[in-house]
Design a protein around this ligand. Structure first.
Ligand code: SF4
Length: 416
């Protein structure tokens, strides 16, 4: 606690709140830190729960250096305030002390179904419930949490933290129906008949492909599916290449190394500074023995039936008109091969096409569910958010989408 107060005391309580602007959820960071400084942890929790119910999770897994902490004024001359640690502390303490979130009756008598219990669904359900609606979450997995429970490894986010966060949300009166899969156990129409509104938030967890030769060979996996299902092969003595530079690439590489692979290479076509993953994650991965091939790209996977080698090419980064970031361009004749046993694709993810088709709703050209500015889909009363509508794939952005949608659903239910 002393360290926490000490850290909170470093905060300058900036008037224009740049940290808040950097937070996808718009958390009032200076205000909650001020309460921490004064030792009012319940009040600090109250400030944060105006905008988030996932503080124990976001405090741990957000890419803070690219969000709130990346905007902290203290960071210009020295270290930014450790906002993630303070948020984690406030939420962990609130869970331990069983601080309650105040509810109101604005939506009393209204019934809402949320399909998908990940960060977006949980947040939408929580805020609707805070406003008095009766919310039921339908989840295909045995437990709620979505990507946080079935995508982020335990070494980065302990299961206990997710379980306690979920418990706190259920405490608001939210009901959970787990092991319930859309299109198998029920249809969207069954649900729309029973509820006043429906929120779809079943995510976009199908790994994208690189569309390179050899991608269909045995031994090529999607990073998202590998982390979600945990059906790893025996990596003992094996070499594994992970293509990508985001969280899924880092989590896959570190998990595989921990499972005993001899060599794990992260192949990333840009430079280290451009990786979407947090710097500390890259450092941790390096310490654990993961090797990084920056400015390299896999162009071919070679093998008869299964992966035997990968062919890579080196890249250079060039400025291109109209592009914000430097663009990686292959360097001619720089190809080389490395012996490999498995390849993991972690170059992005998309919505499950079949599942989306089962909803019968209109989609975008990228295969996401199409919504209007009020998060409503092509069917009246059916809303969607999070990764499913193409929101930036981070926990905090998904949660923001869920909270925004909850506000629109509330207006719809009240006929506003
Ligand atoms: Fe405090 Fe940093 Fe936010 Fe300023 S920018 S209010 S110092 S956390």
């Amino acid at each position: 606690m002393e360290n926490i107060i000490e850290e909170a005391n470093r905060c300058l309580n900036c008037k224009n709140k740049p940290c808040q602007k950097g937070c996808p959820l718009g958390n009032d960071i200076p205000s909650f830190i001020r309460q921490v400084k004064d030792g009012n942890l319940e009040e600090a929790f109250k400030v944060l729960t105006e905008t988030t119910v996932l503080g124990a999770i976001c405090g741990r897994v957000c890419p803070h250096s690219k969000q709130c902490m990346g905007n902290c004024v203290r960071g210009i001359k020295s270290k930014p305030i450790n906002i993630g640690e303070l948020e984690t502390y406030v939420f962990d303490n609130a869970i331990e002390q069983d601080f309650k979130i105040e509810k109101n009756n604005k939506l009393a008598g209204k019934k809402v179904a949320v399909i998908g219990g990940g960060p977006s669904g949980l947040t939408c359900a929580a805020f609707l419930s805070i406003n008095g609606a009766k919310v039921t979450i339908y989840e295909k997995q045995p437990k709620l949490g979505g990507i946080t429970m079935y995508g982020i490894p335990d070494f980065r986010l302990p299961r206990e933290v997710i379980e306690k966060t979920v418990e706190k949300i259920l405490d608001l009166g939210v009901e959970a129906k787990c092991n319930q899969e859309l299109g198998k156990d029920y249809e969207l129409d069954d649900i729309t008949e029973k509820y006043d509104a429906v929120y779809l938030s079943f995510g976009a967890n199908v790994s994208s492909k690189m569309n390179i030769p050899g991608e269909d060979l045995d031994g090529v996996f999607g990073g998202n599916e590998l982390l979600e299902k945990g059906n790893h092969p025996d990596y003992t003595g094996k070499s594994v290449a992970v293509s990508g530079g985001g969280n899924v690439a880092m989590d896959s590489a570190r998990t595989i190394k921990r499972l005993g692979a001899k060599n794990v290479y992260v192949v990333y076509r840009r430079a280290r500074e451009q990786m979407p993953a947090e710097d500390y994650e890259v450092e941790e991965a390096m310490k654990e023995g993961v090797e990084f091939l920056f400015q390299n790209n896999i162009v071919k996977i070679l093998g008869n039936d299964k992966v035997e080698k990968i062919e890579c090419i080196k890249t250079e980064l060039v400025k291109k008109e109209g592009e914000k970031r430097l663009v990686p361009v292959n360097i001619e004749n720089s190809n080389y091969t490395i012996d490999m046993d498995y390849v993991v694709m972690a170059v992005g993810s998309k919505a499950d096409k079949e599942l989306v088709a089962k909803t019968g709703l209109e989609t975008t050209e990228y295969g996401n569910i199409k919504v209007d500015e009020k998060y409503m889909t092509s069917k009246k009363g059916v809303f969607a958010g999070g990764d499913l509508i193409g929101t930036k794939a981070t926990v905090a952005w998904a949660a923001r989408s869920g909270r925004n949608a909850s506000e629109e659903i509330a207006k719809y239910l009240l006929g506003e």
